[in-house]
Write a protein that binds this ligand. Structure first.
Ligand code: M6R
Length: 607
């Protein structure tokens, strides 16, 4: 949540910051602002609204102003409403800063400051943090930051400028991510790599509680004891184009289309002599041995990938799996120990609840394995083992390609586990891998369902409520289809296990309520058809998604989508594309902001 960037170097800082904020806008878009050193001191321009509004303001108010050092912020509001005053950067005395995160004890700190006669002008926790740092400042910036950090409770990534130390940015983080790079054009730091890719092909992750001093010719990092620290430099494997729309109207559509390639990149390196294999990830079989259960913990779409993972692992490896929402897991004193494998799934690797759940599991002695997209992210670094998904940057708030690659890793884990547990033979493992290897092609075929799904979307876009039903794998997938739809179309939607409908929910099914029914699993196909008949006879408008082999009486539904040929266990990959398309086109039909839905942000780094 919130995008932050700092730059000092030989380019125009104002433009560099605003361009960077444009790439970070998906992290929050309530307001935006920059502060930059000029020959007259620090100047700040900030406004509610999008980065495009800020860009116009900067062009109007600071045209011709020379600046080579500054910080910028795009906000997802937490404390304090959406207003110009609450926008970042915030200034207190000599300190100007931007913040990603939440200061939990800001009210207590505010009281202490009030006793010294200091009052804030905004309603934000961030301004209080700026005031605390300024209060601790007596000419030694690092000392002030350290002393202030000792008082702050919560999560933060700060970029800080001191009025009397020109052309220098200080940064510190706890809980919230910060990545940085020094290049021939100067130094850059940001909350996310997408802001770095047009400047650098390498980066490092600022470690928790380390302080970076950023100037045009170097970045000096000191650890919590004040010792100079040499961070590990990572290579950025994406090109600049990966973080741009590349001819598509929206990032979401681009990312839907990137799925075949993302899947190939994720699956192929894990197929060795036809077998599922994690040796290139340095994930040894040891992690799958001596375990009596698996707990999968994640949030949102990643949690839904976990639901499919549970189904596959239990079905093939016969090991009990529970899927826990990370924000619940962390507060329920979970029963995990050294015989539990805890799998965390996260695109960003920075989701606060997922990270906290992982740390809790580790503290209880569980073995930890994470499935993460962003290299070097906090979840990846905290885990015993990591399996990276190779989706490339996902910019649209609605997760698409990250989901299907997470599914592919869950399938690989299920196959490997089942093989090690001797539940499937080598031939069977190879047969499953053959199916998985053909998934990218099947997903490619599913991409041609755009017209069909667009027509359906036009017919359901005015609905007040839409239901998704399915059984088994289809129910797990319904959860994701429903989340995708409500997230970007603002239509109320629920996913239901089809057999559960008549225990209450069916009372909500009346004339023309759209029901999207997934019936791709032969073992429960007949049961699903009965459930479809039940809703149809109550007036529902049924969109039935079936596998290629199902023969359906046309009178059973209003629209039928027949998926590309695939084996039943692998239908979630192609069904996912259809559901992503439906959500996308409903949002477009309603004229909404597909990539940046209201109230949301891409990376949820607060509780
Ligand atoms: O980065 P993560 O995978 O940890 O994010 C988890 C959820 O916030 C995320 O999947 C969210 O539900 C998506 N916006 C849904 O499309």
């Amino acid at each position: 949540m919130c995008g932050i960037i700092g730059y000092v170097g030989f380019l125009d800082a104002k433009k560099t910051l605003v361009d960077g904020l444009q790439t970070l806008e998906y992290r929050g878009y309530d307001s935006a602002g920059i502060s930059f050193f000029t020959e007259n001191g620090i100047e700040t321009i900030k406004t509610t609204g999008k980065v495009s509004v800020l860009r116009e303001l900067v062009e109007a108010q600071a045209d011709g102003v020379i600046s080579t050092c500054g910080i910028g912020h795009t906000r997802w509001a937490t404390h304090g409403g959406v207003s110009d005053t609450n926008s970042h950067p915030h200034t207190a005395g000599k300190v100007t800063l931007i913040h990603n995160g939440i200061i939990e004890n800001y009210q207590e700190l505010q009281k202490e400051l009030a006793e010294k006669g200091k009052t804030p002008v905004s309603q934000t926790d961030t301004e209080i943090a700026a005031m605390v740092i300024d209060d601790c400042y007596d000419g030694n910036p690092e000392e002030a930051i350290r002393r202030a950090a000792a008082k702050l409770v919560g999560a933060y990534g700060f970029c800080i400028m001191f009025e009397d130390i020109p052309e220098t940015i200080y940064a510190i983080r706890s809980g919230s991510p910060l990545v940085a790079a020094h290049t021939k054009n100067g130094s850059i730091i940001a909350s996310d790599m997408v802001a770095l890719v047009s400047h650098a092909n390498h980066y490092f992750v600022l470690k928790e509680n380390h302080i970076a001093k950023i100037t045009d010719n170097e970045i000096i990092v000191k650890d919590e004891y004040g010792n100079i620290y040499g961070p590990t430099i990572h290579h950025i494997s994406w090109d600049v184009g990966a973080a741009k729309k590349g001819g598509y109207d929206h990032f979401m559509m681009k990312e839907i289309h990137e799925q075949p390639e993302a899947l190939r990149n994720t699956i192929t390196p894990r197929c060795l002599n036809g077998m599922p294999d994690f040796s290139t990830d340095q994930v040894s079989d040891e992690i799958f041995q001596n375990i009596d259960k698996i707990v999968i913990t994640a949030c949102g779409t990643a949690m839904h990938a976990g639901l499919i993972g549970k189904n596959m692992i239990e079905r093939l490896a016969r090991i009990p799996v529970s899927v826990e929402i990370a924000s619940e897991f962390r507060y329920q004193n979970p029963i995990v120990d050294k015989h539990t494998l805890v799998i965390t799934i996260s695109q960003s690797g920075e989701t606060a609840d997922t990270l906290a759940a992982l740390k809790l599991a580790k503290s209880k002695g569980a073995k930890t394995l994470s499935v993460v997209n962003v290299k070097g992210s906090s979840v990846a670094r905290e885990s015993d083992y990591v399996l990276y998904t190779h989706a490339g940057p996902e910019i649209s708030v609605a997760s698409t390609k990250a989901y299907t690659v997470q599914l592919s890793i869950m399938y690989l884990i299920a196959f490997r586990l089942a093989y090690i547990a001797k539940q499937i033979s080598e031939e069977e493992a190879k047969m499953y891998m053959e199916h998985l290897n053909s998934v990218p092609n099947q997903v490619e075929e599913a991409l041609s369902f755009d017209n069909q799904t667009e027509n359906i979307a036009k017919r359901i876009a005015k609905a007040n409520s839409i239901f998704f039903i399915g059984r088994g794998l289809d129910h797990a997938l319904s959860c994701e289809g429903s989340l995708k739809l409500k997230e970007i179309s603002y239509i109320h939607s629920e996913a239901y296990a089809a057999g559960e409908l008549k225990h209450g929910t069916i009372s909500l099914i009346t004339d023309n309520v759209p029901v999207i029914a997934l019936a791709t699993q032969p073992d429960v196909y007949a049961k699903m058809i009965s459930n479809v008949q039940e809703v149809r006879s109550r007036g529902a408008k049924v969109i039935l998604i079936t596998d290629a082999d199902a023969s359906v009486d046309a009178s059973l539904c209003d629209h039928q989508i027949v998926l590309p040929e695939t084996s039943p266990l692998f239908t979630p990959f192609v069904s996912a594309v259809v559901l992503q398309y439906i959500a996308y086109y409903v949002s477009v039909e309603k004229g909404l902001n597909v990539d940046q839905p209201r109230n949301l942000a891409k990376s949820v780094t607060v509780e």
